[in-house]
Design a protein around this ligand. Sequence first.
Ligand code: SAM
Length: 247
Amino acid sequence: MKQNVYDNSTFFKAYTNLRESGITYNDFIEQPAIKSIVPNMKGKSVLDLGCGDGHFSKYCIENGAKKVIGIDISTNMIERAKKINGDKHIEYICVPMEDLKLTNQQFDLVISSLSIHYVEDYSALIRNINRLLKSNGEFIFSTEHPIVTARKGTSHWISTEENNKLHWALDNYHEEGKREHDWFVDGVVIYHRTISTLINTLIENGFVLDKIVEPQPTPVGLEKMPKLIHEKRRPSFIIIKSKKLNE
Ligand SMILES: C[S@@+](CC[C@H](N)C(=O)[O-])C[C@H]1O[C@@H](n2cnc3c(N)ncnc32)[C@H](O)[C@@H]1O
């Protein structure tokens, strides 16, 4: 059974409040990095997997994409996307990305921002993404970094009694699979995969790697969110850009 925590009203409210604050890891780490490696989108067709409130779908249109399809499992997020990031060139579909068919369409670019760690069967998803891309089409996704998802439980920093962070505790790295943590509500499920799994699954399914980014906070981010200084000690996210091989 697929988790749909963004349709939990407590979670949804807290999450949208956070994103509306504009003071987030997304704003100061992940989004600047992913935007820095997207290709020229002029005239391209884009599939945005786990599109959330659709801000990235809208960004693609504003940067020249001719058509975007945004996919999300959450009715709350899709409704919000239609309301605040609607556009006649964007179609939003509420469906788990694992179940996406779109049998008669192929895209120039598939993008997914911080959503793939919610998917259990990564291999099947990558196979489907390959099918959904044109030859030479690009696939760019960000996900929580395996260094962050590896450990079980929620306490990752080893700290002094005065709460000074000493070390990041990496553990259980090679034990892939389900992790539960508390984020706005108890028991939010994500899936841990090693770096080799993230990359080799792409290679085994007809992709060539183009770039890997382990993003660091922007200077403005460090000013507005001083705790982001700890990102220099270990990365929270990894962004992988790859291309579908010619068929
Ligand atoms: C952290 S949010 C990111 C949203 C958006 N990509 C962004 O960058 O703001 C994760 C999104 O993934 C969606 N999601 C989680 N599991 C999914 C699944 N199996 N299929 C499609 N969407 C999913 C959630 O509903 C949520 O909107």
